[in-house]
Design a protein around this ligand. Structure first.
Ligand code: ATP
Length: 802
């Protein structure tokens, strides 16, 4: 047992969920019992004192906040007055513009100031309820006594600058998470420090009252974790700062790796770890990193919403969040890019040849082939498009090619492309000036209505009729030529799709892929284009090709990229992300066993592939094998579904064994209804997980008259309480109090390739798991050791009642 010493003030009241009665008994008799009252009293006195100071500080900050709000109002008022004046004369305009700029800066600063104070108030309110969760007593080498330090969600100092609470992210706090009693070390900006850890204590403080106190020796005691995990599922994920485990702490505090790969079993805290990692990074690089420079690729929008509260609860702003489908859609305007879910729903089975081709397209070799192709391109190979205006070529492709060819080949392809763009813009400006003199423009000027005149002219004064005529003419032509300007700006004068086809003709058919499969692929690509569709497998290579030619698509602003559920990404997609965010450090998390689309890859092999493909200097692999989400019986059951599941360690939390219910077709509906009712009676959130959307729709039809059901789909943004029905791919990253896996019949889950899917479904359950089949149960389940589950025959009587 990790517990060294426990101190309870009121042992009889130890009803806190998750605390074993054995522990309570042990401490009732414990020899430290005599000290308990006085120690906890002392700690409570300190809590009271700190809370008093927090309250005083809160009053002070609230006062500053009120003043800041007033200041923002004043500055904004000033700004809008300044913005109105002096727009008539050119000189005045320049002066006003400068003033407005200055005022804008002022507004932004006061708003920022207000936001900082607001965040401080929120943090203080949290601290007031629970000022800290940990205490470490450390003793320097030459010191005779130890010094206690208290650790909480944010730091708090008294008026003399003495820290009453240390932020959990402060260098010294690392000892709390990492150190066992004895000699410990920690890193500070000033270097590596060593000290002696003489005491480590955990607190549960609710509403400024100490509910529990433990003295522990190891990272963070199981007791507190038990309590945290025993609670019911929330609509939003919670932060885990008071119970971070050692391996999770390694992920959170890694600041040196360019590529951090985390392979963690289901429920091992990968998502939690990255969110606390983001909070940690924001704290440590406060001056040089802000939340807008971090992007998290999430599996779906439900997940995005589910995790959206963690960073704010730690006093930080959320990072940007995107799904891969959203990212691609933004880059292919006008095309509908297949999502992972479309692929899963529509095309689960590929013939061997098609699979081989898809594997190639998703590999590093495909991206390398694209790079080689682009390097050898000559002007003659480039597929230029005419830029059209009113059905005619405004810039013919021959003219564009000639401009391009006029730049020396010593200049890189993307640079020649940019120069071509600039030349086209120059030519467009010249033609704009010529166009003004044309009859159609003069006619339009003569017909111009009052409203349009005012829109164009505003409050300007002209010295002559000619000047006014030129001004209005230029506005009319610019409006008409806008489409050309856009085409140049968006690189529409290169036909990336034709170029991509050319790449397919140029590149050698990879080994093992038949010529026919290859040609079919090209035809299929062209056909899809006609319907404005693009296969997901084509997205990364096509974007890479386009970006390498035109030199676009790169965002150097982002410093960190996080990818959750990385097992659902291809290496080609990862390479594209690295290309798109060249300055970013990458943290990739996943569980290859939860892959719905691919085979399992060993963690080290995956890291080697990624290290190679992403060309990073410092790569680090961390594996997490302990699963926290589910009770031990559920984790053991889920692990047994996998051929190599024995590496998964269950966290010791008791619970009922998973239920396995085989129903005859005639009883299936009533059994399912009965099961739902039982689960709803006992749990806040119950999810029926299906293989796909079609099944989900069928379940909803069956149940909606009996229950208030929520059928979830790709577009849903929030996770309601009660009974939800969703396909497994939408449940990625989520968890529910109770999970019912729908129709685990042998017909539905016959093949061993479904093991990963069943594992993913089972591992979504926190407290209760049921598998219900229509007809004979899947062998994948029945073949498990029968100790792992409880087979349940639902009583006929109650079935009739339903
Ligand atoms: N150290 C911890 N303290 C308290 N709770 C934890 C801790 N680690 C994980 N958990 C809890 O365990 C559950 C699973 O965590 P999380 O979702 O981060 O795991 P995951 O590895 O991303 O899971 P999956 O891959 O299955 O989606 C969450 O409820 C989380 O709050």
């Amino acid at each position: 047992m990790v517990l060294v010493k426990g101190i309870f003030n009121q042992p009889n009241q130890l009803t806190y969920k998750g605390f074993a009665p054995k522990i309570v008994q042990a401490f009732k008799k414990s020899k430290w019992r005599d000290n308990m009252d006085s120690e906890q009293k002392q700690e409570q006195t300190r809590v009271d004192r700190v809370v008093e100071q927090i309250k005083t500080e809160q009053v002070h900050i609230e006062d500053l906040y009120a003043k800041a709000q007033q200041e923002t109002k004043n500055v904004e008022k000033n700004y809008s007055q300044n913005a109105k004046v002096n727009m008539i004369e050119a000189d005045d305009r320049i002066e006003t513009a400068a003033e407005i700029q200055q005022q804008k800066g002022l507004v932004a600063r006061t708003i920022e100031n207000e936001a900082i104070l607001n965040r401080q108030i929120t943090a203080l309110k949290e601290l007031e309820k629970s000022p800290y969760f940990g205490r470490i007593d450390i003793k320097g080498q030459d010191e005779s006594s130890s010094e206690p330090l208290y650790i909480g969600i944010s730091s708090f100092a008294d008026q003399n600058g003495n820290f009453l609470v240390y932020d959990w992210r402060a260098p010294i706090s690392n000892i709390y998470y990492n150190g066992t009693l004895g000699k410990v070390s920690y890193d500070t900006p000033a270097g590596h420090m060593t000290t002696e850890l003489v005491k480590k204590r955990q607190f549960v403080i609710n509403d400024a009252k100490i509910v529990h106190m433990f003295d522990i020796n190891e990272t963070v005691g199981d007791e507190l974790l038990q309590a945290a995990l025993g609670e019911q599922n929330d609509e939003y994920m919670r932060n885990i700062v008071s119970t971070i485990q050692k391996e999770q702490n390694d992920i959170i505090r890694d600041t040196t790796s360019d590529l951090l790969v985390v392979q963690g079993v289901a429920g091992s805290g990968k998502t939690s770890a990255i969110l606390q990692r983001i909070a940690y990074l924001l704290y440590h690089s406060r001056a040089s990193l802000n939340a807008d420079e971090i992007v998290l690729f999430s599996p779906n929008r439900l997940y995005s919403r589910y995790i959206s509260d963690v960073l704010p609860s730690l006093g930080e702003r959320n990072m940007r969040q995107l799904t891969l489908a959203e990212f691609f859609s933004r880059r292919f305007e006008g095309l509908s890019v297949e999502s992972l879910f479309d692929r899963y729903e529509n095309n689960p089975k590929l013939a061997l040849q098609e699979q081989a081709l898809q594997d190639w397209q998703e590999s590093a070799e495909c991206i390398h082939a694209i790079q080689e192709y682009v390097e050898q391109l000559s002007v003659a190979d480039l597929k230029f498009n005419d830029i059209n205006h009113k059905g005619e070529a405004f810039f013919a492709k021959e003219e564009i090619a000639a401009i391009f060819a006029s730049f020396p080949t010593s200049i890189s392809l993307p640079n020649r492309f940019v120069k071509t763009k600039n030349e086209l813009i120059r030519r467009l400006q010249k033609r704009t000036l010529q166009e003004i003199k044309k009859d159609w423009v003069q006619e339009r000027i003569n017909q111009i209505g009052d409203e349009q005149y005012h829109n164009i002219v505003g409050r300007r004064h002209f010295k002559s009729y000619d000047e006014e005529n030129r001004f209005i003419g230029s506005a009319i032509v610019k409006q008409s030529f806008q489409i050309i300007d856009d085409a140049i700006y968006n690189n529409y004068f290169i036909d990336a799709y034709q170029q991509y086809q050319d790449f397919w003709q140029w590149t050698k058919t990879p080994e093992g892929i038949h010529e026919e499969t290859w040609n079919n692929k090209i035809n299929n690509f062209v056909q899809n284009l006609e319907f404005h569709k693009l296969n997901l497998t084509d997205a990364a290579p096509l974007l890479m090709l386009r970006d390498l030619i035109v030199g676009s698509g790169v965002n150097r602003k982002f410093q960190y990229v996080f990818v959750d559920e990385m097992q659902d990404y291809s290496i080609a997609q990862m390479m594209y992300l690295k290309h798109a965010f060249p300055k970013a450090k990458f943290t990739l998390l996943g569980d290859s066993e939860q892959s719905l689309f691919k085979d399992v890859t060993a963690p080290q092999e995956l890291l080697d592939h990624l290290e190679d493909a992403l060309q990073v200097h410092k790569a680090n692999l961390i594996t997490l094998n302990r699963s926290y989400r589910s009770t031990a019986p559920i984790t053991k059951f889920a692990a047994a579904l996998l051929p190599d599941g024995d590496q998964i360690q269950a966290f010791s939390r008791d619970g009922a064994k998973p239920l396995v219910i085989e129903s005859q077709p005639e009883n299936f509906s009533s059994n399912l209804i009965q099961l739902c009712q039982t689960e709803l009676d006992q749990n806040g959130s119950v999810a029926i997980l299906t293989k796909n959307q079609t099944e989900s729709i069928a379940v909803e039809k069956l149940l909606h008259k009996k229950f208030h059901t929520h059928l979830l789909n790709d577009g849903d943004l929030s996770l309601p309480k009660g009974l939800v029905i969703l396909p497994i791919y939408l449940a990625k990253g989520l968890e529910f109090d109770s999970v019912i896996v729908y129709n685990t019949s042998d017909v539905n889950y016959h093949n061993t390739k479904w093991r990963g899917t069943l594992y993913t479904m089972a591992s979504r359950a926190m407290h209760q798991l049921s598998m219900i089949s229509n007809g004979p149960m899947s062998r994948l389940i029945l073949d498990l050791n029968s100790d792992l589950f409880e087979e349940k025959e639902l009583p006929k009587k109650s079935l009739k009642q339903n």
